[in-house]
Structure formats: structure tokens, C-alpha cells
Design a protein around this ligand. Structure first.
Ligand code: COA
Length: 328
């Protein structure tokens, strides 16, 4: 599924290059234009490598941090069937992290470096996982709408140019579609339940609406990386296009349950473009830069996991340790 995870000596030397060999660059861009996949051992511009590391790494962090808000509800799930489904989902999310870290490693950054950058705050992860899951309805909304948003993004990006990332995304999308069914079933159950169940669902939608708009990144005019990423077919749709696709697919599914969105200006225009009120992009910037409601808690839990698991990693990496058959 992946490839070599070591940078060749030449690629390592080139990491500080800013000017690329024009012939190689032209041949690389021609391959992308023909729709070919780029593999780890192939020549690639340094900026392409750096952008992919940044994006795949952020994605991997989002999966393992994303497991935390849902993980806290495993012991509080309303019944055994819901508990089993949630355990399986959380396990899948951590598995997605594994796939994505492996894909990022093929570009030459080690897992230890990535983990250190997450814990020091140097690397980002998705804004949405810095909000609390206050009630069971948050789990329903995460399963249906956060995973729905992720599927929109990942299905598009799975057609991209970097082989290992695309193959990881294809597999992730299969699993995410089960998560979506779990989330939808949960949302419909609450929406057709008691007054209290409908009220907690409405409250959760009210709180998740803005973070979900933020999920697809800043408006296209403010997006720092889109142009390059789209030129090299890492991203196949802009932030605004993906956001629009998401609203198109999911707003009607919530409205048909007689649940509303906390935005009087949310509507679809005749040209197919959704309009909405300014979702407070300052809040987005604060949250992705470490100052959201749960950033400190999420990183503290990851630090605990890192420290508590250190002895296991050390034992696994020590080649002199051999398994001893117990005497008795
Ligand atoms: N959460 C956290 N940070 C985000 C974000 C989000 N939802 N959306 C954008 N950002 C950050 C970007 O990482 C970038 O910061 P950086 O320069 O420090 O890395 C900055 O905001 C500007 O955004 P933009 O130039 O538009 O970034 P982008 O072209 O990489 O597009 C995504 C943003 C999320 C659409 C893109 O990175 C992507 O598709 N990532 C893969 C999918 C993913 O990570 N999903 C997460 C959870 S499942």
C-alpha cells in the first residue's frame, strides 16, 4: 500500500532547495496532467513534498485527536448496541490515523517527529475536535455531520495525485460510510423521539453549525495553500466548493427532520450556491491556533497517552529483547 519510507540522499539534500530543475519540473507536471499517480520513490518538487507532509500529517493528527470526544462517551452510551457501534467507530478512527501516518512517513518525516510536532503545537489538527461533546446528541451529530463533512473532503481528495495518500483515503472512505449510517440512525432516532431527545439534538446542531462551516477551511480568497495544491492535484476542489457540496447534501437531511440551523440567512440560491451568515472566521483562527474550548484538554490527553505508552514502544524497538518462553 505504501512504499519506501526513507528519503534518498539526493532528496534529503534537496529539502532546502527553492529553485527546481525546470526539465524535471515540467516532466513532473506533465505526469500530473496525464492523471498519473506520484509514488514515494519518484522525483517530486520539494514544495509538493512539504505540502503533502503538512496536509497528511494534519489529517492523521485529526483522526487520533478526533477519537477523543467520542471516546469519552463509550462508557455512557445509552444502550449496549450503541456502545458496540461506538467502540468500533472509535477504533476505526485510530486505525485511520495509522494509515495516514504511514502515508506521511513515505515522504520522509518520521512518526516520532510528527507526534512531537502535535504535542508541541507546531502541527495543526482539525478545528472540529476542539469542541466538547456535552450530550449523546453530540455523538449523533459528530457521526452524521462531522463524518459526512469528512467524506465529502476525502472522497474528492482520494482522486488526487499522490498514490499512498489516495489509497489510504479510499479505504478510509469505505469505513467512514458505515460511520455515517451510524450517525444518521442516531440522529433520526433522537429527532423522532421524546421532547427532550429532540431538544438535545437541536442544541447540538446549534453548537456544531459554525465549526462545521469552518471545517472546510477559510474562504477561497483567504486560503494560503489551495492554489498550489490544486495545481498539483492534491486538492481537487476548493474550500468553498467542498463546503457548498456538504451543505447541499446535508442541510436538506436535517431540515426534513424538522430540526433547524441557527442561521436565518442559510439558503440555496438559484445558481446552486449556498449563502450563510459570516461564521466568525476569527473564532476559526483562534481554535486552529490552540485557543479553542478543548485544545488544552486534547493535547494533555495525547501527552498522557504518549508517556504511558513509551515503555511499549521502547520494548518493541529493542532488537536484543527476545521473547522468553515462560518456564511454567
Ligand atoms: N482545521 C484546522 N486547520 C485548518 C482547517 C481546519 N478545518 N482548515 C484550514 N486549516 C489551516 C490550514 O492547515 C492552514 O494552516 P497552516 O498553513 O498553518 O498549515 C490554514 O488554515 C490556511 O488554510 P488553507 O490554505 O485553505 O489550507 P489547505 O489548502 O490545506 O485546506 C483543508 C484545508 C482542511 C481543506 C485541507 O488541508 C484538507 O483537505 N486536508 C485533508 C483532510 C483533513 O485534514 N481532514 C480533517 C479531519 S477528517
Amino acid at each position: 500500500m505504501y512504499g519506501s519510507t526513507n528519503l534518498s540522499e539526493e532528496d534529503a539534500r534537496r529539502m532546502n532547495t527553492t529553485v527546481e530543475d525546470p526539465e524535471k519540473l515540467e516532466a513532473f507536471e506533465a505526469r500530473i496532467a496525464r492523471g498519473e499517480k506520484i509514488e514515494p520513490q519518484d522525483w517530486m518538487p520539494v514544495e509538493y513534498r512539504k505540502q503533502l507532509i503538512r496536509m497528511i500529517e494534519q489529517h492523521a493528527h485529526s483522526e487520533i485527536v478526533g477519537a477523543l470526544p467520542e471516546g469519552t462517551w463509550i462508557t455512557r452510551a445509552p444502550n449496549f448496541r450503541r456502545k458496540l457501534a461506538l467502540i468500533a467507530k472509535v477504533q476505526d478512527e485510530v486505525g485511520h490515523g495509522q494509515l495516514l501516518y504511514s502515508a506521511a512517513e513515505t515522504l520522509g518525516k518520521t512518526r516520532e517527529e510528527m507526534m512531537n510536532d502535535l504535542l508541541s503545537g507546531k502541527s495543526k489538527y482539525s478545528n472540529v475536535f476542539n469542541y466538547p461533546a456535552n450530550t449523546w446528541a453530540d455523538i449523533a451529530v459528530i457521526g452524521f455531520l462531522v463524518d459526512g463533512a469528512a467524506i465529502v473532503n476525502q472522497t474528492i481528495n482520494s482522486k488526487g495525485s499522490y498514490g499512498p495518500y489516495c489509497r489510504a483515503l479510499e479505504r478510509i472512505c469505505y469505513e467512514e460510510s458505515f460511520h455515517l449510517k451510524q450517525g444518521h440512525d442516531n440522529v433520526v432516532y433522537l429527532a423522532t423521539g421524546t421532547k427532550h431527545q429532540r431538544a438535545i439534538l437541536q442544541d447540538a446542531i446549534n453548537r456544531w453549525y459554525r465549526p462545521l462551516l469552518h471545517f472546510f477551511g477559510p474562504p477561497d480568497v483567504q486560503s494560503a495553500h489551495s492554489e498550489k495544491l490544486m495545481k498539483w492535484k492534491v486538492k481537487l476542489a476548493s474550500n468553498d466548493d467542498m463546503r457548498n457540496q456538504f451543505l447541499d447534501m446535508y442541510v436538506p437531511k436535517i431540515l426534513e427532520l424538522d430540526i433547524t440551523f441557527p442561521d436565518p440567512n442559510l439558503k440555496k440560491n438559484e445558481d446552486g450556491i449556498w449563502e450563510f451568515s459570516d461564521p466568525d472566521w476569527d473564532e476559526f483562527k483562534r481554535v486552529i491556533n490552540g485557543d479553542g474550548p478543548c485544545n488544552a484538554e486534547r493535547i494533555a490527553v495525547r501527552k498522557f497517552a504518549e508517556e504511558a505508552g513509551r515503555w511499549v514502544r521502547q520494548a518493541l524497538m529493542n532488537p536484543s529483547e527476545k521473547y522468553q518462553v515462560p518456564l511454567a
